[in-house]
Design a protein around this ligand. Sequence first.
Ligand code: BG6
Ligand code: MG
Length: 215
Amino acid sequence: MRYKGIIFDLDGVICHTDRYHYQAWKETTDLAGVYFDETINERLRGVSRTESLDIILERAERTYSAAEKQALAEKKNGRYVELLRQMTPADLTEEVKETLDLLRQAGCKLAIGSSSRNTKLILERLGLSDFFDAVSDGTNITHSKPHPEVFLKAAAYLGLDASDCLVVEDADAGIAAAAAGGFESAGIGQAAANPQTTYPLQTLGALYIKICNVR
Ligand code: BG6
Ligand code: MG
């Protein structure tokens, strides 16, 4: 196995919380009378909560004060957390579970590298609180993807160099972050079409076969 460590993005890679992000932002922006759609939502993948709101408000008809922005971000997060609380270990797909198990059996250390400040809650809901060897998330970084900080910290927590780790992402911002940090990457969803992606994948289930014979 070419990689000693695999660093997974969370939302949209390990679980489908990306659709809850969309739902919570959509409800919040509809109430506030701000236009928001699926195309804008694609730009929010991998981007922090506050930076996501700045992207959404590019389309707003007026400017929002810092206090108003904070209120909107809190409203969105409140709704998002409500949706997260409905998740159970059944939301972890067989495909994801099997991929994680195969990689661990192959001797890889496994980490999370996510911009989300809700990472620990999501891992708890999925029954994965004690599964990963390291968790780097929105609570331990000052720069969000496409800055490489979240992945560099994950590699450091694993005690590995970036060149020995593979990043798995669904976001263009995440693929850019991986490249900026000196990591190779696997991309699913929109990230599969990114020219900086080392291994474009249809689904996460294709990851193990793709990398197990790479030297
Ligand atoms: C990323 C998502 O994983 O986390 C982004 O792709 C989201 O869409 C970001 O904005 C921050 O999440 P949270 O849970 O801290 O609001
Ligand atoms: Mg993601």
